[in-house]
Design a protein around this ligand. Sequence first.
Ligand code: PEP
Length: 262
Amino acid sequence: MSIFKKASKKVAPKRKLIVANWKMNPVDLKEATKIFAVLKRVDLKKVKDTVVICPPDAYLADFSLKYKGGKFKFGAQDVSVSNNPESTGEISAEMLKNLKAEYVIVGHSERRALGETNSVVAKKIRNAVDKGLKVILCVGEEHRDMNGDYLRFVEKQLFESLEGFNKKNIANLYVAYEPVWAIGKGHASVESNDLHQMNLFIKKVLVSIFDRKIGLSVPIIYGGSVDEENAKQLIEAGEVSGLLIGRASLNPYVFTKILKLL
Ligand code: PEP
């Protein structure tokens, strides 16, 4: 039986991971607090997913310390590659941990567009998991082509970004497939059958990086123009273990609607 068939037989973990990436929004804490006030009203007992809010670092502590142990988890959108305190403007994995952040997004395409390489991403991941953070590694091609070069691109990102990753930390690793062409567009999400294929492809690559059991244990989530219209279809037909949501997570009514749909 091919790895594709075997992988598709494996049922995704029941508890989905839904991540809200607020990016560099909103412009003040008052607005952020208003968004969160609406979210807090959601009955997550009914939702049954793990919902992670990733506000800008400037507001992270206002939520992560105050609401620790509550129904939402909190995460950061990036972490320093370094543990050296002489790192102006950076935030370390240890600081995030002390702020009670549990997750961190690493290798987002908007960071990669600023020059972040796979090797920097790999160091950030090792650093973050060493400090006990759960990492959401973002990978995804800039565009699709007929020759399948985009598959090689994602494969390379995975191999290089997971360089030196210690298998013992595997429970703290998530992969977010985020095709760059679908991010922030609001209308150009991936087709769910293409997502399903990519999901299987990523599983296959993870199996070759680690081994079958470990590779298949890594949850794969999807991000890129998710909204209340496409969320359910993407998760079900794409067979992904969750979603990473940018724009739509800033509207707490839309985000709440998505959570209730899943
Ligand atoms: C993102 O920034 O990771 C993202 C998925 O954004 P959007 O949902 O706006 O496409």
